[in-house]
Every structure is written in structure tokens, then in C-alpha cells.
Design a protein around this ligand. Structure first.
Ligand code: 9WN
Length: 424
């Protein structure tokens, strides 16, 4: 890209972020997602900081203002009424003052917060705002190990595919098969009125998503009960790697800001999780894979979630090299990297949401992880592919890795935010 192209691309990215800005939070895209989503907001702050540092902090503060008393930071905050999304607050019925969903999402918050503080122009102000958020981020991380790792194994489970942020990944097929559908209340999906249904999860997936919501709701959203009551308990290497990295970043920030008690507990969590992580390596696939905690076995599914451990420098140097090799192999089989699932798998679907398409935010996490592990050449290839995708197809929600076609919602906030981040 030429210099002029870069500044034009940055301006386009900025206008997408501004178009979706609702003052103190940003929606992912108009129509399809009219509320605040957890990991979308945090990653959006990474882009906002390039033109408005204050606003970037506000994005995260708004999310944390809706943290639950038990420490969980919910996956959606329903700031306004909007019938355009299903399931809305009337389905979740979590009883929060401002309605929220009852599950969580990948905890990228502390990873983003550290980056904001380390790169901001107004350091003292940023440090003050970050200092106030440290106990909240710590409470959330503590919540994960208390509620989602009740046996103290060092790895946390997700209880709903939506928690992973990779909703209909092939990773969940086997565990979802153990979720019944009897008793699911009649419902009308709204996503398929906004975007092409063949690019979205199947009805059979939604039935199970709703069964789990109803089950958890029947338990009053009491997190102390949900883990053991859920027929879906999956240890996702991507999710756990994000949590480990977020704890490392929380510890580093806490040390910088003089909060040594928080630093110590975060470091202890990291040390324990790192030891436990080796269990998720698959010799067959040459990458990390999920563990189905209910069945007690690894899941035969090679998805991008199993490459994300690079983000926390997990695995041996040899294993990290194999993860980079996977990225190159997948890129060789499709035109653009990085597909969300191994394109050689017969279950790979290049247009169906998290069963194949490329997601720019995942590319960004991989780029960061590859650089961390000294795999800069591969990181450069993923940057180039990400730029080529937005040049060809604009700021889409996700892209077909075989053609580069933009899919799902358009003018998508976190895609724009990450491109702004990669450009600067
Ligand atoms: C359910 C907002 C969210 C992302 C997720 C993505 C999708 C929601 C949905 O959209 O999930 O949370 O209804 O499909 O899978 O990663 O946070 O952009």
C-alpha cells in the first residue's frame, strides 16, 4: 500500500467507528448488532485511541460499569430497546438494572488496557483511569477460575458457544450434540433478516443456544451452579490463551501502577494455567485443540482457536513453530489468511460464520502472538492479507478466505478498529 492509500484507509476506518459510536459505547454494526458487545468494545478501543484517547477509555469504562456483583463482565449490555436483535433482554431476564445477557466473552480487556496505557500521549491521565479499572479486571479474572474451573485444574470452561465469540465453530459440534432441544420456547431469529442465512449458524445450533439460555435462566443465573449444571463445558485453547495473556498484562499494569497485590494474584493464576495448558496439545493436528470437559477428551477439530495460544507464548518453541506452519499451510489452501478452520477439513465452510471465514480481529491477535514468539515473517504475511481484504471488500464482519468476498454485517466497527491499529 502507498502512503496515501494508508491515510485514506485510516480515514475510512475512522468514519466506520464514528458512525457506530453511541456516545459512551459503540455498536458493532447497524441493524444486526444494536447493543454493546464485550470483546467488540475492548478491541474497538484499540482503534479509537488513534484519534481520541479519552473516548477509548470511556468505551471500556462503560462496559465495566455493567459488571455483575460476582465479577462477571457480561457479553452484551442492552443500553437501549431494539427489536432488531434476538435474543433480547426479555429472553435473558437477568434482572440487572441495565439489562445484560447472562454469559461472558473472551476477556481481551486487560490486554487492551495495557496497550492503551503504554502508548497514550497523556500518561498521567491514562494511568489514573486504568488504576481505577484494575480491581474490576482482577475480579473478572478471579471469577473465571472460581466459577469456570471448580476443580482447580488451571483451565476455564465456556458454558455456551456465544461465550467463545466463535459461535458456530466446528469445535462445538460434538459438545453441542449433548445439549437437548426439548422444551425450547418458540422463537423468531432476527439475524437472518439482516444478512444471508447461509452465512449464519443453522437453526439446529440456535435451538441448542436457546436451550442453554433457558437452563441457566431457570437457575436464576447463579454462576455458582451453572458450570456443573451445564451439559456444555468446553475448554477452548483460544479463550484460555486470551485469559492468560490478559492476566500477564494485568500483572504488568498493576506493577506499573503500584498495585502489587493484584500483580501477585494475577501472576499466580498465569503460572498455574501455563502448567495445565500442555494438556491441550494434539499430536495428530500439530496444534492445540479444545477439551470437552463433560466427555473428558480432546475434540477432533483443528480451528483457529488452537493457533491463538501464540498470543500468550504458550507451548514449546517447537510447538510455536508448528502453529506458524499451520498458518502457512492454511494460507496455501485458501487465498487469504487466516481461515477460522483448517481448509483441509471436509467440514470447512468458507462462508458460514466461524466454520471457515477470516476474521480480522483474530488475525490481529495472531499477528501479536506471532511477533511475540519471534515469528515475524508469518506475522507480516497475515498483516498483508488483512490489508488486502479490506482493500478488496471494505470493513466487513468476516470474509470468505477463498475469494476475499466480504460477508455478514457491513461497516463493521472492530474490523475498522483493528485496521486503524495495524495502519498506525
Ligand atoms: C452473539 C458482535 C458479536 C461478536 C461475536 C460474533 C457475533 C453474536 C451473534 O457477534 O455473536 O454474541 O448474535 O451472532 O460471533 O464474536 O462479539 O459482533
Amino acid at each position: 500500500m502507498t502512503r496515501i492509500d494508508r491515510s485514506a484507509a485510516f480515514e475510512r476506518a475512522r468514519s466506520v467507528m464514528l458512525e457506530n459510536d453511541r456516545g459512551s459505547y459503540t455498536i458493532p454494526t447497524k441493524g444486526l448488532y444494536p447493543f454493546q458487545w464485550n470483546w467488540d468494545s475492548c478491541l474497538t478501543a484499540l482503534g479509537q485511541r488513534h484519534f481520541d484517547e479519552d473516548r477509548a477509555f470511556t468505551e471500556i469504562e462503560t462496559l465495566l460499569a455493567h459488571q455483575w456483583p460476582d465479577g462477571m463482565v457480561p457479553h452484551i449490555v442492552f443500553h437501549v430497546d431494539d427489536e432488531g436483535y434476538f435474543p433480547g433482554p426479555g429472553v435473558w431476564r437477568t434482572g440487572r438494572p441495565t439489562p445484560t445477557s447472562g454469559i461472558t466473552q473472551p476477556p481481551v480487556l486487560a490486554f487492551v488496557l495495557r496497550r492503551l496505557v503504554e502508548t497514550c500521549r497523556e500518561t498521567a491521565k491514562a494511568e489514573d483511569r486504568a488504576r481505577a479499572m484494575l480491581p474490576k479486571a482482577n475480579a473478572w479474572h478471579e471469577w473465571f477460575y472460581a466459577m469456570r474451573d471448580p476443580k482447580g485444574e488451571g483451565l476455564v470452561a465456556i458454558l455456551h458457544p456465544w461465550e467463545s465469540g466463535r459461535d458456530n465453530s466446528i469445535d462445538w459440534d460434538e459438545a453441542l450434540a449433548g445439549v437437548p432441544t426439548e422444551g425450547v420456547e418458540p422463537y423468531v431469529r432476527r439475524d437472518t433478516t439482516h444478512v444471508d442465512a447461509s452465512h449464519r449458524p443453522h437453526r439446529s445450533d440456535y435451538d441448542r443456544y436457546m436451550w442453554l439460555v433457558q437452563r441457566f435462566r431457570s437457575l436464576g443465573w447463579d454462576n455458582a451452579q451453572l458450570h456443573d449444571a451445564s451439559p456444555f463445558q468446553v475448554v477452548d485453547p483460544g479463550f484460555n490463551a486470551i485469559l492468560i495473556r490478559a492476566d500477564e498484562d494485568l500483572a504488568s499494569l498493576a506493577r506499573r501502577l503500584g498495585a502489587s497485590e493484584i500483580a501477585e494474584v494475577a501472576e499466580a493464576r498465569v503460572a498455574k494455567a501455563r502448567k495445565a495448558f500442555a494438556r491441550l496439545w494434539s499430536e495428530k493436528h500439530g496444534q492445540f485443540v479444545c477439551l470437552n470437559r463433560v466427555a473428558g477428551k480432546l475434540v477432533d477439530s483443528a480451528s483457529v482457536g488452537g493457533l491463538l495460544p501464540l498470543l500468550a507464548g504458550l507451548g514449546t518453541a517447537q510447538q510455536q513453530g508448528l502453529l506458524a506452519k499451520r498458518i502457512r499451510e492454511w494460507r496455501a489452501r485458501s487465498r487469504f489468511g487466516v481461515a477460522s478452520h483448517d481448509p483441509a477439513d471436509p467440514r470447512f465452510e468458507p462462508k458460514r460464520y466461524w466454520r471457515g471465514p477470516v476474521w480480522i480481529i483474530v488475525n490481529y491477535l495472531l499477528i501479536d502472538g506471532l511477533r511475540r514468539c519471534g515469528l515475524d515473517d508469518v506475522a507480516g504475511e497475515v498483516v498483508a492479507d488483512s490489508m488486502a481484504l479490506i482493500e478488496e471488500s471494505g470493513f466487513a464482519e468476516y470474509y470468505d478466505p477463498t475469494t476475499g468476498e466480504g460477508l455478514g454485517g457491513g461497516n463493521f466497527t472492530w474490523t475498522a478498529a483493528i485496521i486503524a491499529e495495524l495502519l498506525t
